[in-house]
Ligand binder design. Structure first.
Ligand code: PLP
Length: 387
């Protein structure tokens, strides 16, 4: 057997694309010189102003947070919906989308996704609203795929329901596109702009980002004109501040973001082509949504013709020491811990995805030998399941 099959070293699913200690040093030096380590210090403010420029928004329309999960939870709190509100979200997403809703005191209502772009679209949300009461919508930029913000703005205007996009994996892909909207990004190590841990809330809703910021700082009033003493509690918040350490990593990552995003797009396109060929053109990939292209892919997810072929591929990968993962699976309605807290609608498309999707290795610096091994696994598995 070729070396690529026999190798005992596993091909990892992903490898974080984090700045080196050397690249961090200038930022850490600045932090230490300022003796400011958290509480919206100079580096967090600089990172926020970089974001404000990129989104072409006033800096008050966004805030950093400690992670996207806290960002979602605090946005939901800041929307001041009645307790127990019904929040529509896709059944096919990472668990944090739903846990944030439950922890904010609301009920996740699980909707289907589009069979091609794998997302909860405005059309699906409209159909869901026709069969069940909904108080707000929380679509997900699935695997970083951006949403059409003009379409969601139209949805908000037509229905009066607030929409918050869980754009955790979509930094650099999901923009406001000239529309109104609320976006929550993750700056986790595995996402498109890695800061170790971190989150970003962007919202054109008046005062929303400022309320999230206050909630992230325990809910303490820091405004001398607010009609209450400085340092008194304005709302019951939590601690979800981004530290200066994390901002340092975020700033260092931002400097190479364009370059790395380009490499990610190239590698993603090459891998899809190679694997498609290896599979005899039997793989299906996430189709572009109405919101445009994926600027910085951070993982690779393939749809197989059926569950049998998927299992064959998983087994072959296991034997060839290639790591795979069923991203976003099982569906949320099959998570025991969520069951008592959510309501599921009919989800035929999500059900089909949950029996055919598998995540494959994808990371910057993936070697030719690792790619070759993955190609071999795909072609062997497809052949075996046809036999
Ligand atoms: C990663 C992810 C989250 C959680 O982000 P954190 O910053 O790790 O809290 C939430 N939703 C989706 C869709 C994600 O992919």
């Amino acid at each position: 057997m070729s070396d690529s099959c026999a190798s005992s070293e596993w091909v990892p699913l992903l490898v974080p694309d984090m700045p080196s200690p050397q690249e961090l040093t200038p930022w850490l030096e600045r932090m230490h010189a300022a003796r400011h380590y958290s509480n919206y210090g100079p580096l967090v403010r600089e990172l926020e102003s970089e974001f404000a420029q990129r989104f072409a928004l006033p800096v008050d329309d966004l805030t950093t947070v400690s992670n996207a999960t806290q960002g979602l939870e605090l946005v939901l709190q800041a929307l001041e919906l009645a307790p127990g509100s019904r929040i529509l979200l896709p059944a096919f997403t990472f668990v944090a989308t739903a846990t944030a809703v439950v922890r904010a005191g609301h009920l996740p209502v699980l909707a289907d996704v589009d069979p091609d772009d794998w997302m909860l679209t405005p059309d699906i949300a409209r159909a869901a609203c026709a069969v069940t009461p909904v108080d707000a919508v929380l679509p997900v930029a699935t695997f970083g795929m951006p949403h059409d913000m003009k379409a969601w703005q139209q949805f908000e205007q037509d229905t009066g329901l607030p929409v918050v996009i869980d754009a955790a994996a979509a930094y650099g892909s999901q923009w406001l596109q000239g529309a109104e909207g609320t976006l929550v990004f993750s700056l986790h190590t595995t996402k498109s702009l890695p800061a170790g841990e971190g989150g970003l809330v962007v919202s054109t809703r008046t005062g929303l980002a400022a309320r999230v910021r206050q909630l992230s700082n325990f809910g303490i009033n820091l405004d001398p004109k607010a009609g209450m003493p400085l340092g008194s509690l304005a709302r019951v918040g939590t601690n979800a501040k981004m530290s200066e350490y994390h901002a340092a990593i975020g700033l260092a990552s931002l400097q190479v973001w364009e370059e790395h995003a380009l490499e990610r797009r190239r590698l993603h396109a090459c891998l899809m082509e190679e694997l498609d060929e290896a599979s005899g053109h039997s793989l299906v990939w996430q189709r572009l949504g109405a919101g445009g292209a994926l600027a910085a892919p951070s993982l690779l997810c393939a749809q197989l013709p059926d569950d049998g072929t998927r299992r064959a591929l998983e087994q072959t990968c296991q034997q060839m020491h290639i790591t795979t993962r069923r991203w976003y699976q099982p569906l949320l309605q099959h998570m025991q811990a969520l069951l008592p807290h959510c309501q599921a609608l009919e989800t035929p498309h999500a059900d089909r995805l949950a029996s055919t999707l598998v995540g494959l290795p994808f990371f910057l610096g993936m070697e030719a030998m690792q790619r070759g091994r993955l190609k071999l696994a795909v072609s062997a598995a497809v052949k075996a399941s046809r036999a």
